[in-house]
Ligand binder design. Structure first.
Ligand code: GDG
Length: 461
């Protein structure tokens, strides 16, 4: 890469070495390449300045923050990004909330951010834009005259053609994405949907090398399945739990679920399936318990308040009906748990239960596998609708709408012989290693480097 790398994501990490998969991977990438990370920092929300604000005293790369006004927060972030785009991409058109103000806010923030980035970008710089908050960013940068490379990576599912109808007419994903050099998606199924959109909405032509041709330009569309920082996670999970009392309290058959409390994650059906498992188990003396960690997210959006209430009611009922004086079948924790502890909890759990209705990839599935003891691994029960299921086919794949099937999968997982558990674990672990997040960012950036947006004349002959 000749110029510098500029990474754009919704939130910018404020800690010197950020914890957590994606953020950590981008940090590592920038640490090696140098460059700039641009993202929003709530500290600057009250009084956003016109230009980006330098934060921290990073040596390897710079961090530049943008602020959002309260109106931006309501319309761009809670509104268009999380009450229109998120539900559309997760096949929940029924949860879309429409408002012209949302759309205006989304455009305003993207336009302003493009201007702010344009002030610091040089033509040989490479800009890597992350996620649905910033679909129009390349279009806005091109309008300002930026001709350098701009890549996009979508972390969530690419919507089906039919679902795109729920977007306002002027919000054309096809036109927005056509201004990038490379559109990276999580799965091959996402790529197929994206190509179909380009073909049908822009009449774009699919070329032999997987690119699309639109006017005199081309756009690469490829899948780059994201993963985790495998070595660090394996090492963390292996270390013994410091709290001996906690370790003792967690003995027995633990089934674990870890998800932001989001309606896309299928939590109510997971609770129902666990309840069904408890009802149908033949050995009533066996006391499996479900440990569900579900930290809050986007609490100002009504749909998130609704899912929280639904889950609290289900949790109360499940424990009311099944608990014994000395046994609580469901432990539901609506708080953030420390990442090191999380790794160890995965390791002691006999089953990892990952049952979203729709999910770009789902890193929890990969974390659960990476945390297992290869000599005595637990079993991953994974929704077919998660991006992770495209390659992790040796997990116990389930339909997240089918309570009975999930309950049967739990029974199968809790009774699975060691050899089968090891075979499945090894197959899944091979996939987890193949998609290590360090390689993911290298692969993406090398594909972006090789991409070429403008068609040269000889391509027309
Ligand atoms: C989006 C896409 C895609 C969760 N609770 C706690 C906690 N977590 C961590 C997990 C995991 C991460 O959050 C969640 O990642 P997922 O991939 O499962 O889901 P999303 O947040 O929806 O992420 C998704 C991803 O982007 C990456 O491209 O895979 O499809 O929706 O790392 O461990 N971490 C800690 N405490 C918690 O309580 N420390």
């Amino acid at each position: 890469m000749s110029g510098k790398l500029i990474v754009v994501s919704n939130r910018i990490p404020t800690a010197a070495t950020p914890a957590g998969g994606l953020v950590y991977a981008l940090h590592e990438t920038l640490r090696k390449t140098g460059g700039i990370w641009v993202g929003s920092d709530p500290e600057f929300h009250a009084s956003p300045s016109r230009s980006l604000t330098e934060i921290g005293d990073q040596s390897a790369y710079r961090r530049l923050a943008f602020g959002l006004t309260e109106l931006d927060h309501q319309t761009f972030y809670l509104g268009f990004a999380n009450s229109v785009l998120w539900p559309v991409c997760h096949r929940r058109g029924d949860l879309v909330r429409m408002s012209r103000r949302f759309e205006q806010g989304y455009r305003r923030v993207n336009k302003r951010l493009a201007q702010q980035i344009f002030e610091v970008a040089k033509v040989d710089d490479t800009i890597w834009v992350h996620d649905y908050h910033f679909f129009p960013l390349a279009s806005e940068l091109r309008k300002l005259g930026f001709e350098g490379k701009i890549g996009f990576f979508l972390h969530i599912p690419f919507p089906a053609l039919g679902d795109l109808g729920a977007l306002p007419l002027e919000a054309s994903l096809a036109r927005w994405l056509a201004d990038y050099d490379l559109v990276g998606l999580q799965t091959r199924a996402d790529v197929a949907r994206c190509l179909e959109m380009f073909r049908s909405e822009l009449g774009a032509e699919l070329m032999n090398d997987g690119k699309i041709k639109y006017g005199d330009q081309t756009v690469g569309v490829r899948s780059f399945p994201i993963g985790i920082d495998v070595d660090t996670f394996v090492a963390t999970a292996k270390r013994p739990m410091a709290d001996a009392k906690l370790a003792a309290d967690l003995s027995g058959d633990i089934v674990i679920g870890v998800d932001r409390l989001d309606y896309s994650k299928g939590l109510p059906n997971r609770f129902r399936a666990f309840g069904r498992y408890l009802e149908t188990r033949t050995d009533k003396s066996r006391r499996a318990s479900l440990l569900q960690i579900a930290p809050p997210t986007r609490e100002e959006v009504t749909a998130y308040q609704d899912i929280r209430h639904e889950l609290e009611e289900l949790a109360g009922r499940l424990n009311g009906e099944n608990a014994e004086l000395d046994w609580t079948p469901l432990r539901y924790i609506h708080r953030n748990i420390d990442r090191n502890l999380l790794a160890k909890l995965y390791r002691i759990a006999r089953v990892g239960l990952v049952t979203p209705f729709a999910d770009g990839m789902n890193l929890v599935a990969k974390e659960y596998i990476a945390a297992q003891d290869p000599n005595d691994p637990g079993v991953l029960v994974l929704s077919r609708m998660a991006g992770a299921a495209e390659d992790m086919t040796q997990a116990l794949l389930v339909n997240p709408y089918d309570i009975e099937e999930m309950s049967e999968a739990l029974t199968q997982a809790l009774n699975m012989p060691l050899q089968e558990r090891q075979d499945r674990y090894e197959a899944c672990m091979a996939q987890v290693k193949a998609t290590d997040v360090g390689r993911w960012s290298e692969n993406y950036l090398s594909a972006l480097k090789d991409s070429r947006r403008k068609l040269s004349w000889d391509s027309f002959s």
